[in-house]
Design a protein around this ligand. Structure first.
Ligand code: CA
Length: 231
């Protein structure tokens, strides 16, 4: 669940935002002042994904809060709430490290869209997308946690060795892997068996994952060398 910190001094707006964003599935922490927000962030151990900062606050301004946050935190997304009359606020906010701004008054759907967009640009979000991407290769999907392998919507039953070969292929798309490398990486450095065991397993894998095992399109043979994953 994405975690938000909302800093807004006007109670009615603060409560309305919290209520609507919680309904939209966010975890929300609110603060009335910038000082309080900084204190919350300092003491926080879980981490916030996005901070929503009103510019006009009674004590230090939203800009000051933004600057303060950016001194120690590059990963949180920052969205500024600015008043319509203050065009220069937008530029100033972005210059000091805010990721985006939204002009009051705004609709809740517009706000949610902006929060999502800001979140997608945060290092944590980019990392989590990349982590997931590593498990998808072409039409195939490999889930490390559940150790399942999917072709499209269909789950295929692989042995642990076959699964490890697929992991190796997924890490090296388009790379010709020689038999010895596959043997070492899958069976381990101390395996003294025949390199032919690689071919046996590749043949079995092809039976399971290729549309036409006799005419493989995904696990290609590199003659006199080894195999190449073509997702
Ligand atoms: Ca205000």
């Amino acid at each position: 669940m994405k975690r938000l910190l909302i800093v807004e001094d006007e109670q009615s707006i603060r409560e309305l935002l919290a209520l609507n964003l919680e309904r939209a599935g966010f975890e929300v922490v609110t603060s009335k002042t910038g000082e309080e927000a900084i204190d919350i962030l300092l003491k926080d151990e879980i981490g916030f994904d996005v901070a929503i900062l009103d510019v006009m606050l009674p004590g230090i301004s939203g800009f000051e809060v933004c600057k303060e946050i950016r001194m120690s935190n590059d990963t949180i997304g920052i969205l500024m709430l600015t008043a319509k009359s203050q065009e220069s606020d937008k530029i100033h906010g972005l210059a000091i490290g805010a990721d985006d701004y939204i002009v009051k008054p705004f609709g809740i759907n517009e706000l949610i869209a902006r929060i999502d967009a800001v979140y997608r640009r945060t290092p944590n979000a980019i990392k989590s997308v990349n982590d997931k991407k590593g498990l998808v290769s072409g039409n195939f999907c490999l889930d490390i946690d559940s150790r399942t392998f999917m072709k499209g919507q269909k789950q295929l039953d692989l042995t642990q060795v076959e699964f490890q070969i697929m992991e190796l292929f997924f890490e090296n798309p388009g790379v010709a892997l020689d038999r010895d490398t596959i043997l070492q990486r899958v069976w381990g450095e101390n395996y003294y068996g025949e390199v032919k065991i690689v071919d046996v397993n590749i043949r079995r894998l092809r039976m399971k994952i290729e549309d036409e095992p006799s005419n493989p399109k995904n696990i290609l043979t590199v003659w006199g060398y080894g195999y190449r994953w073509n997702p």
